[in-house]
Design a protein around this ligand. Structure first.
Ligand code: TMP
Ligand code: ASP
Length: 242
């Protein structure tokens, strides 16, 4: 990245740089992958580019469905321009199918279709290992007003309806996903971060039997191999459909 831009923040999978317009930022997607709060680390050549392209397409779909997001445009294959937001330190997870931590922490069997979407909210705090929160704990910490929390939950449910149906069209089951939101300079809530196979579980529906074929970061989390092939397949199906 050109050094006239100042690095504002570096996360596990992205770098955020300043933009000449102070209301915007430049987001560079990295090839690094982490899991289990960075206990596990690796680099996958081409992952940054795939996540950036996939996220851009998904943001465009959401914007066309009136969801407010930070996405402005792609600058190149692994860089996007976005509106500058003050990130709310909450990770909003929506689950349609039971998997991952839900099955480790409850007696619900992996693969169970949930009667209605479940929203789990976590504190975005690596030192505390992103603990799960309750509405009451969020209120006690003064992170966000209960009105804004309700708005975020409502947006997450709407996003789920849009994405579930989009992914079904390309033969993918949207198992669960994680979102982050923030405030723009007018204090409006926008969807931020990325929407990619790094933070969505997507299962291939093109399977004859009930075997689970993950086309997402579980390929790395669970040592299944073929991460780039899986992300490329998602990108291919999205582009073929649009
Ligand atoms: P979980 O089953 O580990 O709680 O994950 C639920 C969803 O949230 C899954 O799609 C992966 C995503 N996720 C993230 O994007 N970041 C995280 O730090 C974690 C723990 C999960
Ligand atoms: N993003 C988290 C980490 O960095 C965990 C995950 O996605 O599983 O470790």
């Amino acid at each position: 990245m050109n050094n006239k831009y100042e690095l504002i923040y570096e996360g596990k999978a992205k770098k955020v740089f300043s933009h000449e317009d102070s209301d915007k930022v430049i987001i560079e997607f990295k090839d690094d992958a982490t899991a289990f709060n960075a206990l596990k680390k690796a680099k996958f050549e081409g992952k940054g580019k795939l996540n950036c392209l996939i996220s851009a397409r998904i943001f465009e779909i959401l914007i066309s469905n009136n969801i407010p997001t930070h996405f402005i445009e792609l600058k190149n294959e692994n860089i996007m321009i976005a509106k500058k937001i003050k990130v709310i330190p909450l990770e909003i997870v929506l689950r349609n199918t039971a998997y991952g931590s839900l099955c480790k922490q409850t007696t619900i069997k992996p693969g169970t279709i949930l009667a209605k979407p479940l929203i789990d909210i976590y504190l975005k705090n690596d030192e505390l290992n992103d603990p799960i929160l309750t509405k009451e704990r969020i209120e006690l910490m003064n992170i966000i007003s209960s009105k804004d929390l309700d708005l975020i939950i409502d947006l997450t449910l709407k996003i789920n309806i849009i994405l579930k149906s989009f992914f079904k069209n390309i033969q993918l089951q949207l198992v669960d996903f994680k979102l982050e939101f923030g405030y723009d300079f007018k204090n409006k809530i926008l969807l931020g971060d990325e929407i990619s196979p790094d933070n969505c579980r997507l299962w291939d529906l093109n399977q004859k039997n009930d075997t689970i074929v993950s086309l997402d970061k579980d390929r790395f989390r669970n040592d299944l191999g073929g991460l780039i092939e899986a992300y490329s397949e998602i990108n291919r199906r999205i582009n073929e459909f649009i």
